[in-house]
Write a protein of this length. Structure first.
Length: 128
């Protein structure tokens, strides 16, 4: 009988010690988990702030005239904030522009191009 009582007492003590240890482990892990989750939330917010939805569009501007100021047109289009690419096709005399619609629009690009192209290029004088 004494043996059974001793064994039971030992089991109760061991069970209590194990439960206390497990509870302490959980309590010690809680701040670490909170820190990790806070860091993860900060990282997600930082990533969300840098990831804006791209709104890339393509537009075409018809240039007219002999030379049509193609180099000036390409430079003017590329100078506009938000323009990704500007390519000129000599056959069709069209300037194809790829741009971020969150930063600019075709009207702004057309205005910039028309200012550059409409400026007269220096004429070559023919000497006789």
């Amino acid at each position: 009988m004494k043996k059974i009582a001793f064994v039971l007492a030992a089991m109760i003590i061991m069970a209590g010690t194990t439960a206390t240890a497990q509870r302490n482990d959980r309590e010690n892990d809680a701040p670490e988990k909170e820190m990790r989750s806070e860091q993860q939330q900060k990282q997600k917010k930082a990533q969300a702030g840098t990831k804006k939805k791209s709104n890339v569009k393509t537009g075409v501007i018809q240039l007219k005239g002999k030379n049509a100021g193609r180099q000036n047109a390409v430079e003017a289009a590329k100078a506009v904030d938000g323009v990704k690419t500007a390519k000129y096709n000599a056959k069709t005399q069209k300037l194809t522009v790829t741009y971020d619609a969150n930063k600019t629009d075709m009207n702004k690009i057309k205005q910039a191009v028309s200012k550059k192209v409409s400026k007269k290029e220096p004429e070559k004088k023919n000497r006789k």
